[in-house]
Design a binder for this molecule. Sequence first.
Ligand SMILES: Nc1ncnc2c1ncn2[C@@H]1O[C@H](COP(=O)(O)OP(=O)(O)OP(=O)(O)O)[C@@H](O)[C@H]1O
Ligand SMILES: C[C@H](N)[C@H](N)CCCCCC(=O)O
Ligand SMILES: [Mg+2]
Length: 233
Amino acid sequence: MNGIFVTGTDTDVGKTIISSGLAAVLNEKKIDVGVFKPLLSGISREDPASDTSLLKKLSKTTLSYEEITPFAFKEPLAPYVAGKLEGKNVTSEEVLNHWEKIRRKHEFFIVEGAGGISVPLGKQFLVSDLIKAMQLPLVIVARPNLGTVNHVFLTVQYAKSLGLPVAGVVINGISDHPDLAEKTNPELIEELCGVPILGITPKLKEVTIENIKKIVKEHIDVTLLLNEMGIRS
Ligand SMILES: Nc1ncnc2c1ncn2[C@@H]1O[C@H](COP(=O)(O)OP(=O)(O)OP(=O)(O)O)[C@@H](O)[C@H]1O
Ligand SMILES: C[C@H](N)[C@H](N)CCCCCC(=O)O
Ligand SMILES: [Mg+2]
């Protein structure tokens, strides 16, 4: 089993859009792709707009909603806090047990965290702890605008300090008319952070399944990503 762990510089940066788009493109390349979004908060798994639904739909996996997302909480908060409000504390062992049950069902997995790399999933259990335990290379999704350089730098430095390999960064949501910061950020990020930019995806006017697939296909170097993992596509 091969795969990537998709994290972000923040919540709402487009991790689900990029993860599900990547799943669709890999599927098209005849790669047997599965998805895992172990902790969800603020929306139910079966809601058509949920991370779980989008990932399931675009990957075409036959995994169930519960297999993709074993833990879902009502409030739109860090999963640790959202779980606590429901009297539940998720442990790393529990997530890994669910992972063990599905990881051999597909050749390649795209795993999505929740929010950024240090978001608490349970008591003394951060997204970064899960990444370390799952031993998957990281893809970091970031915003395109002024301020993102610092966010990417901190995320990369933190990942490196924990020995987590970073496959690269996707800058998501660049505007049709990028300002000077948006134009200069990609090169600066590569220079400062020492990680490749895998792609710069545009801001969609209409977020549809077809458009999600299109921006990933046309703007992310999926071959580079796969090559870095020793997979020929
Ligand atoms: N390239 C894009 N163009 C237009 N809208 C986008 C784009 N990328 C993301 N969005 C929108 O921004 C919002 C946040 O995106 P998304 O849900 O993928 O973020 P996320 O990082 O997965 O958030 P979370 O931490 O909640 O999992 C969604 O409404 C999504 O449709
Ligand atoms: C509810 C939201 N959409 C995410 N899934 C959870 C984001 C938690 C962010 C916590 C934080 O960094 O302050
Ligand atoms: Mg998401």
